[in-house]
Design a protein around this ligand. Structure first.
Ligand code: ADP
Ligand code: MG
Length: 286
């Protein structure tokens, strides 16, 4: 049995995993809690270049453990593509799965995150919450079996019953269909996903900010409204985005997304102003 947790940072997944693991054990069920953090924390620092190894290795551990134990996956499983990968591992091993979705209001997540030293930038949690692929919204296979509000008391006996029921049911009808769930070509969230998903979210925000600034400059007539000119500035924007070195940001323990984005905003405005000044100077020469 594969128990897939889904939930934003600070919602209480790791706390819940540990408790569920003990409860299952006291009900006679051997189980193990696995998640990418286990491997991630084996590296001296976080770096996006390690992420592929981290995810692949965690999948291998889960695949192997499923042959013997119930496996609780303690990860955000933020994208439905991640959930699909995990379900495919269960199917491949002829095991059942349950999806447990943990929720709490965003302000509670931000508070809990702050209380434990803001490990994840606050704005990132808010952004993740806005972009979250809520389980079951798009695909029926993705529908959560259990939804838990972590602000309320958690009824573990009910949860264990649901898990056991689902395991029994699955066995009776013997899943005839264990073909992998294919990724849909139009699954935009999957495309958005890559080994550096956190960086990608940040990049999306920078993308939006710089776009808005260009838009504002065009609207205000600071960038002269002619087709070629606009094209030149859109190209400049791309060049600026490429020049950013996002790779190492998250290694910095003091990284604050809000501050960083403010800095980017200022930097991009002065970058644009410089380009505009050059343009004027060139015109002046002609
Ligand atoms: P996650 O693994 O989802 O990031 P954690 O389990 O590490 O979340 O919990 C994040 C913080 O919230 C911790 O400080 C933890 O003590 C607290 N927490 C976890 N579950 C609850 C809960 N049900 N009610 C209140 N606080 C909780
Ligand atoms: Mg955790």
């Amino acid at each position: 049995m594969l128990i897939i947790l889904v939930g934003l940072p600070s919602v209480g997944k790791s706390t819940f995993s540990k408790k569920l693991s003990k409860e299952l054990y006291f009900n006679g069920i051997d189980n193990i809690v696995l998640g990418t953090d286990i491997i991630r924390e084996c590296f001296p620092v976080w770096d996006s270049k390690y992420e592929k190894y981290i995810v692949d290795t965690t999948y291998q551990l889960i695949d192997n453990a499923l042959k013997e134990f119930y496996v609780i996956v303690d990860d955000t499983n933020y994208y439905n593509s991640k959930r699909r990968d995990l379900i495919n591992i269960a199917n491949k091993n002829n095991k059942n799965y349950v999806i447990i979705y943990l929720t709490a209001p965003i302000n509670v997540l931000v508070e809990r995150n702050r209380d434990r030293g803001e490990k994840v930038p606050k704005d990132l949690i808010i952004d993740m919450s806005n972009k979250f692929d809520e389980p079951g919204k798009k695909y029926s296979w993705d529908k959560p079996d259990i939804v838990i509000n972590t602000e309320e008391d958690i009824d573990f006996s009910r949860i264990i019953n649901t898990i056991m029921e689902k395991d029994k049911k699955g066995k009776k009808s013997k899943k005839s269909d264990n073909r992998p769930i294919k990724e849909k070509s139009k699954d935009i969230t999957y495309k958005r996903e890559n080994p550096t998903s956190t960086n990608k979210i940040l990049l999306d925000r920078i993308d939006k900010i710089t776009r808005e600034i260009i838009g504002e400059y065009i609207k205000e007539g600071i960038i002269p409204k002619d087709k070629n000119n606009i094209k030149v500035f859109l190209e400049l924007r791309k060049k600026y985005l490429k020049s950013l070195n996002l790779k190492d940001i998250y290694m910095d323990k003091n990284f604050k997304e809000g501050e960083y984005l403010n800095k980017i905003e200022k930097e991009f405005i002065s970058f644009l102003n410089n380009k505009l000044k050059n343009l004027e100077d060139n015109y002046g020469k002609k």
